[in-house]
Design a protein around this ligand. Structure first.
Ligand SMILES: Nc1ncnc2c1ncn2[C@@H]1O[C@H](COP(=O)(O)OP(=O)(O)OP(=O)(O)O)[C@@H](O)[C@H]1O
Length: 279
């Protein structure tokens, strides 16, 4: 949301620094393998991708294609073996653990499939948690505003156990937005929800992009979920395998069927093979 050139320690941007045209997130030649020797798995075999500030991107691909690894690396939760991740133009992969933790707390928002709210805290306290962890002053007015935005203005003092799954995920979304992060990463945010709640959450993610200028990157298996995004990028075998602008459920679904059927849908197990993205 800030899109600025930021200091490496996760502090807020310096006023007046030009930001136009800088992607919110960029991956350059990102590789990540697991294991070694004959058993090595190239989960990401060299990813080059730029995600524009104020955009909503769905990351899709068959099971094992590298989506989670992509998200973990892009969000600074895991370190690539090679290549670089840039957040608002700044390389983050080489940051020390402490700086990376600060950066994640202040400049990245997360929405997980399992909501990950703290059960002993109220909705309001959960929303304020990232600010508290980042050492900032809790902005209660903003937290109330975000809760109202996700339709939970009346439920600020409820604990997660007193909320439905869809309501909990809406609290998680408000929590992800509280620090005005550069990017919100959502990992299967509707995976645990019924269709109606899923649509509400997806509509709110879309609204965060359109009304608040947020940048959202969402991993999903669901073509309908992907259709809320501006762009769907596809992974297969740890490589980029094309993308769709303004994805529609049918075209996304067709693409997924094609990718699942093609050889190499699973990650390479030996030497990394070159990338052959298909449009
Ligand atoms: N910690 C790990 N150790 C070993 N291999 C791993 C590890 N994490 C992931 N992998 C392997 O890396 C590949 C990519 O996994 P990843 O979880 O990124 O795929 P995915 O597209 O998110 O899959 P799914 O849709 O099933 O969640 C898979 O072959 C997986 O088995």
């Amino acid at each position: 949301m800030s899109g600025a050139q930021l200091p490496l320690d996760g502090r807020r941007p310096t006023a007046g620094v030009p930001t136009a045209g800088v992607p919110a997130v960029e991956l350059r030649g990102v590789r990540r393998s697991y294991g070694r020797g004959a058993g090595v798995v190239h989960a990401l075999g060299g990813i080059d991708l730029a995600l524009a500030t104020g955009s909503f991107t769905a990351v899709m691909g068959p099971s094992g294609s590298g989506k989670s690894t992509f998200l973990q690396c892009a969000a600074g939760l895991d370190r690539p073996d090679a290549g670089q991740v840039l957040l608002a133009g700044q390389p983050i992969s080489s940051l020390g653990e402490e700086s990376l933790t600060k950066l994640r707390r202040s400049r990245i928002g997360f929405v997980f499939q399992a909501f990950n709210l703290l059960p002993s805290l109220t909705a309001l306290q959960n929303v304020l948690l990232p600010q508290r962890l980042a050492g900032g002053r809790p902005d209660k007015a903003r937290a109330h505003e975000l809760l109202a935005r996700v339709g939970l203005g009346e439920h600020a003092s409820r604990r997660p156990g007193q909320l439905s799954g869809g309501q909990q995920q809406r609290v998680a979304l408000a929590r992800a937005l509280i620090t005005r992060p550069d990017v919100v990463f959502a990992d299967e945010p509707t995976g645990a929800l019924d269709t109606r709640s899923a649509h509400e959450v997806l509509g709110l993610l879309r609204n965060a992009v359109d009304s608040l200028g947020a940048t959202v990157v969402m991993v999903t298996h669901d073509p309908v979920a992907a259709s809320f995004a501006d762009r769907a990028v596809f992974l297969a075998g740890g490589l980029l395998a094309g993308e769709l602008q303004h994805p529609e459920p049918r075209t996304v679904s067709d693409r997924m069927v094609t990718l699942a059927a093609r050889p190499g849908g699973a990650p390479a197990r030996d030497a990394a093979s070159p990338s052959h993205p298909q449009g």
